[in-house]
Write a protein that binds this ligand. Structure first.
Ligand SMILES: [Zn+2]
Length: 269
């Protein structure tokens, strides 16, 4: 094989790998952010469970203070009852006491309900905290994996950069300039030629050019896409039957300018 062609094939592989790895490295912060975002829901669930418990406790404290104030009222009413002058006044006080005792009892019922709710809320908090712990461990694992991968990528990038520079230094100027131009425009600069076609843009190759390409001894580029050709006989279908007459002239648009006028095929001898 032409040494420049061999190096350009290697160079293209290295440069495409460099591009892929660079993209992967550049995407890391976004990837880590996406991994961490998975924790947000679990953190929110823990915060909500804590807030529920806080609100429960605040409501209970408020009710307990109310009960205290009701009980003080009741004590005051009882004190007054010993010094009232009339039965009506006495009945009115008894009525007040009864009413306030009902308020105490209602507040006590509410406190009991809150205590029962608190049990469920504490369970929910424990469950949310356990979920968060599991998810946080998973996130740490994924993040550490992403960082390891990036470190490996960066190591590979350094190696590939060295290889690229070495290859570029060895390729002749003119094929290298052509390669660079096509690479810039098309993101790939090498194409396999197979069945007399460019496998990148599928244009047919002229018979004489095709013969040149098959030697792999010249730098030949596609007349349509500009990519530099290489030929691998192992990939050519029916490779062991080179002398076979064409059987399917109707087949694909696989006609070259010289073959297009061929009449109906004759059966193989
Ligand atoms: Zn092409």
């Amino acid at each position: 094989m032409n040494p420049d062609l061999a190096r350009l094939i290697e160079l293209e592989k290295a440069e495409r790998e460099i591009a892929r790895l660079s993209e992967e490295v550049a995407a890391l912060p976004k990837r880590v952010a996406a991994i961490e975002a998975k924790l947000a829901d679990h953190k929110a669930a823990v915060e909500k469970a804590k807030a529920d418990i806080k609100s429960n406790e605040a409501t209970r404290r408020k009710l307990e203070a109310e009960i205290q104030s009701f009980q003080q009222k009741i004590i005051k009413y009882r004190e007054q009852s010993s010094s009232v002058k009339t039965n009506d006044e006495y009945r009115a006080l008894m009525h007040e006491i009864e009413f306030t005792e009902k308020q105490v009892s209602a507040a006590e019922d509410k406190i009991l309900e809150l205590m029962i709710a608190l049990e469920a809320q504490e369970k929910a908090l424990k469950a949310a905290e356990a979920d968060l712990k599991v998810e946080a461990a998973e996130v740490e694992r994924e993040k550490s994996e992403a960082h390891t991968r990036t470190a490996e990528d960066e190591k590979l990038l350094t190696q590939l950069g060295t290889k690229r520079n070495e290859l570029r230094a060895q390729v002749s100027d003119s094929p290298l300039a052509h390669y660079d131009r096509v690479m810039r425009q098309r993101k790939s600069a090498i194409a396999e030629a197979r069945i007399q076609k460019c496998l990148a843009c599928f244009v047919m190759i002229r018979p004489q050019t095709w013969e040149d390409i098959k030697t792999n001894e010249q730098i030949v580029s596609c007349s349509s896409c500009g990519r530099i050709f290489y030929y691998d006989p192992a990939n050519e279908p029916n490779a062991p039957l080179p002398e076979q007459p064409r059987k399917k002239s109707k087949a694909p648009a696989a006609k070259t300018e010289t073959e297009s006028e061929t009449p109906e095929p004759t059966p193989a001898q």
